[in-house]
Design a protein around this ligand. Sequence first.
Ligand code: SF4
Ligand code: SF4
Length: 452
Amino acid sequence: MSEPESHPNAAVIGRTIPYERFLDCVHCGLCTSACPTYVETGDENDSPRGRIYLMRSVVDGQIDLTDKVKGHLDLCLDCRSCESACPSGVQYGRLIEPFRVEMHELSTAAPTPVETTLPASSGPDWFHRWIMYGLFPNRERMARALIPARWMQRLKLDRLAQAAGLTRLLPERLRRMQEQLPPLGKRLPQLPSFLPAKGERRARIGLFLGCVADAMFRQVHWATARVLQENGCDVVIPGDQGCCGAIHYHSGASDPAVELIRQNYEAFSDDSLDAIIVNVAGCGAMLKDYTHILKEVATDSDLDPAKFVSRVKDVSEFLAELGPRAPEGPINATVAYQDACHLQHAQQIREQPRHLLLMIPGITLQPIAEAELCCGAAGSYNLTQPDMADSLGQRKVSELMKVRPDLIVTGNAGCSLQLQAQLTKAGHSVPVLHPMELLDLSYRNAPLNELT
Ligand code: SF4
Ligand code: SF4
């Protein structure tokens, strides 16, 4: 990493961001139409170009980090659509993410003159401390917290509470969490530490489970493991792995993120693993970024995750490279595939999931308009920025429904939660599934109603 050039406000904010990264932006504006927040508000400050300008102006000491400035930066989804659109190769994620880390550090630091530039309301609130950092990243706590929700759904008390208006008594972000809950079904057993390949062994892989995904979508992990077994992979599931760290890092809390990087690095240290497989786009993008993150926010770290990172693959990417066995069970359905931002923009994976789906006999894929725009999930964004998340969610649902799909398919747990909630809100009942669930079903020649 090259050293940041000095600039007037370097002691305040921007010290971990090489200054030339801001200069990569030539203000051409070609990214604006790809930016979901700009498309919604039409405000230049909510565009990539505008945000880069705002960050640079703060770094240069030309403007203070006021609530208004912070509001424009917080409204960014970190979806990285602007990176796909930018002809100048601006690394937008590598500007906004360290900038947010520094905003977080400044807001939680002991009182110094620096804090005079910050809004009085800064610092993690109860929701970040107890829910986002305390609950979400911990698989076991999440699973325990979902037990009452599971029972409420089973007894249909959740609908009763909603109809009686009782959920309106909850704080807004808890109410939204409740609204986002998918049908939880019966809790599946934990995956074992090892599942053997079927037939001739072609690879030995480690399966990453994550946190929220394992608590809410364990069926997707089971389906992924079966698909990998079917394709000749020994599947190793290290029990001591943790959350990928994205919840912390993307909200600016770098220290706990670095601890999680170490935990996962150690959990997947088995040299015999050919790949570390991820089925959640957001987690995959984070794992692939470990080397870079450590260079930026933990310069004294003794870890070198380069080998770890080189083995991280989204499951669709891995199967495309391995050469998937053709599935034979028919699924007669029109499918609308929704590209998760952290697959299409952060990992540049677009074709592989589509090819896998098209291998299934009977599936018709329908392209949708505005596929490059975020659905408004963006990790915990739909909890922290509800208005924009709803606008983008309804916009996405409207495009998806135009192709009259029998099924909506996406490779990211956050998108699934957001789409299911927004479909329900709009009065639609189309199932939202993961590509691995359909592939698994076809390999097993099982009926579609097993999933719907
Ligand atoms: S981020 Fe890229 S596309 Fe957007 S204004 Fe800057 S140079 Fe142009
Ligand atoms: S990351 Fe997404 S929301 Fe943020 S500026 Fe880029 S396109 Fe816009």
